[in-house]
Every structure is written in structure tokens, then in C-alpha cells.
Design a protein around this ligand. Structure first.
Ligand SMILES: [Zn+2]
Length: 227
């Protein structure tokens, strides 16, 4: 810390400048340039330089566990640059996509739950809206172009550190194919859905909830089932 005794206004300004510069140097000691890898489709018209996404800590970061000032949670704090490593839930976006009364599912080509079926979905990227993320996942996993109808459900998956947003959507043209992360993509009638081979509990929740409101236009988003 810089102590302020009496200085002329000019010297005080210089000291403040020095402190700002020192802080910048401390930051740059551990942190790489801003990470611009995840700048994509829908970023509210912001340019790359306006999207300020920090990259990962450098290896010179040395973390200790402590409660930051003004906080109430124990976190990893870098003793070199002061960076606080916050761990927050991640957002998963997916869509129950229908075509002619049938539902599009993907058989996963990747772990976890390789070989099991799930609606197209995945982690939201920085720089995109939740709806844009759901469109992107349908395209990536099933090469499907979809139109989102409305928000179907919000599920908390606390043990996995996730909040899942599930949309109801329609295929735009009925076309789909397995993307690199899918072994197979297929339309299922409600009675043919492979309930025992679904990848995740939330896959089952979302399909069950979608069926409950099939054809309905006014409903509140579902939450976790109570049982
Ligand atoms: Zn650091």
C-alpha cells in the first residue's frame, strides 16, 4: 500500500498514476491477454475489443484459500496478482424440437453417457444469448435448423453446478443429420421415445414436460420435478 502524507497536488497525481501502473503490472504478471476465442454470432453488436472475456489464469498464479474482503465465501485467491477465482454454475441450453408431432433426439457420440439419447443441447458460450446457444447446439449436434417457440423449463442441477434452460422449438425444414458429437439423430413419436436410454434425468424431465403442454401456447416454464 502507498501511504499518503502531504504532497503537492502534482506529486499526488503522480503517485496515483504510479499506483495504477503498478496494479496494471501486477495484473499482467499472471494474466494473459483477453481471451477472444469465444466471440460468436450474437454478441449484441459488440466488437471483439468490447467483449472483455478474461482468459485462464497463468501458471504463475499461486492460489490460497480465503474469504475475499466483502465476501462471505471461501475462494481461491492468487497471492501474486490478486485474482479471485470465482466458481459459478454454468448454463446449459437445449431444445425439444418437433416436426410433424415427433421429437428430435440425438444419440451421444461423446462422454458422459455416450450412446444414450438426449435432445440437442450444450453449454452456453460467452458472447451469445441463451436462444442463440440453443440454435447453435441444434445445428452442431443434429445439423438441424430450428425456430424457438418459447421457454419450456428451467432446471437447477445443483450437484453438477448447472442451470439448464430448455426451449420448445420446431424444425424449420425437417432436415437433420448427426453432427460430430452425435452417433445418430432421429425423430421419435411420443410412444417411441427410448425412455430407458435417455442420457440424463433432465432429458426425461424436459420430454415429459414438453408432452404435458403439447399444443398449448400459454404456460409458465416448468421447474425441477418435485419427486
Ligand atoms: Zn495471479
Amino acid at each position: 500500500m502507498v501511504s499518503f502524507f502531504w504532497y503537492g497536488s502534482c506529486q499526488r497525481t503522480k503517485l496515483i498514476r504510479v499506483r495504477i501502473t503498478l496494479n496494471a503490472l501486477r495484473q499482467s504478471a499472471c494474466w494473459p491477454a483477453l481471451d477472444k476465442r469465444h466471440l460468436c454470432n450474437d454478441s449484441y453488436g459488440m466488437s471483439q475489443s468490447q467483449l472483455r472475456l478474461p482468459g485462464p489464469p497463468r501458471t504463475c498464479c499461486q492460489f490460497t484459500r480465503a474469504v475475499p474482503d466483502g465476501d462471505s465465501v471461501v475462494r481461491d485467491i492468487c497471492s501474486v496478482c490478486g485474482h479471485i477465482h470465482y466458481v459459478n454454475p454454468r448454463i446449459v441450453v437445449s431444445a425439444i424440437c418437433s416436426w410433424g408431432g415427433r421429437i428430435l433426439l440425438c444419440r451421444r457420440a461423446i462422454e458422459p453417457r455416450r450412446g444414450f439419447w438426449t435432445p440437442p443441447g450444450g453449454f452456453l458460450e460467452a458472447g451469445e444469448t441463451a436462444e442463440a446457444g440453443a440454435l447453435r447446439e441444434a445445428l452442431e449436434e443434429a445439423e438441424a435448423r430450428i425456430a424457438i417457440d418459447r421457454l419450456l423449463a428451467v432446471y437447477d442441477v445443483v450437484h453438477a453446478g448447472q442451470v439448464q434452460l430448455v426451449y420448445r422449438a420446431q424444425l424449420l425444414d425437417g432436415l437433420f443429420n448427426p453432427g460430430p458429437e452425435s452417433l445418430e439423430t432421429k425423430l421419435f413419436g411420443w410412444d417411441d421415445i427410448p425412455w430407458a436410454e435417455l442420457a440424463f434425468p433432465t432429458s426425461k424431465w424436459a420430454l415429459t414436460h414438453a408432452r404435458l403442454v403439447e399444443g398449448e401456447t400459454e404456460f409458465a416454464p416448468f421447474r425441477n420435478p418435485s419427486v
